[in-house]
Design a protein around this ligand. Structure first.
Ligand SMILES: [Zn+2]
Length: 152
């Protein structure tokens, strides 16, 4: 049975610990202290020398970080799926945050404003994310589209 020692025995004293060479617990003689917590020791059976460090005070294991997400795959189906998921999340967030804003039916002659909702006969409900003089960028459920507006 191994006795866990908490401090290093004095030089020339022996203590019982595992010898990797013998693959067994052996008496080891302390040759020298190399630091407060480590010593040079020698197996009394095979004569192999090694450094011995006092076992560190047991600490609670660091819990796995919950936020450490795996990096997303950069290619293939997964990235396509995560791109879609990000798009849907943006679409839903935009719809939600602009819930109170007016919904306009799309027409290229109409003039639109950012964050208003847009009802498109073909693409469905979208939210206007950006406005340019003649173009609007609309987040639809399936993708972001540039549409023209403000045409006389
Ligand atoms: Zn040994």
């Amino acid at each position: 049975m191994t006795t866990t020692i908490t401090e290093l025995p004095p030089v020339a004293k022996s203590f019982y610990t595992l010898c990797k060479k013998c693959e067994a617990e052996r008496y080891h003689v302390v040759l020298a202290h190399t630091s407060e917590k480590s010593a040079k020791i020698k197996c009394e059976v095979c004569g192999s020398q090694k450094s011995y460090s006092l076992p560190k005070a047991s600490k609670p294991r660091a819990a796995a970080k919950p936020g450490a997400a795996k990096p997303a795959g950069r290619r293939g189906k997964n990235s396509e799926e995560s791109r879609r998921a990000a798009h849907i999340a943006e679409y839903e967030a935009l719809l939600q945050s602009n819930d109170a804003k007016p919904t306009q039916t799309y027409s290229m002659k109409a003039r639109f404003e950012a964050n208003h909702k847009l009802d498109h006969p073909k693409f469905g409900l979208g939210v206007i994310r950006a406005i340019q003089p003649e173009k609007i960028e609309v987040v639809f459920q399936d993708e972001v589209r540039s549409l023209i507006h403000n045409r006389p």
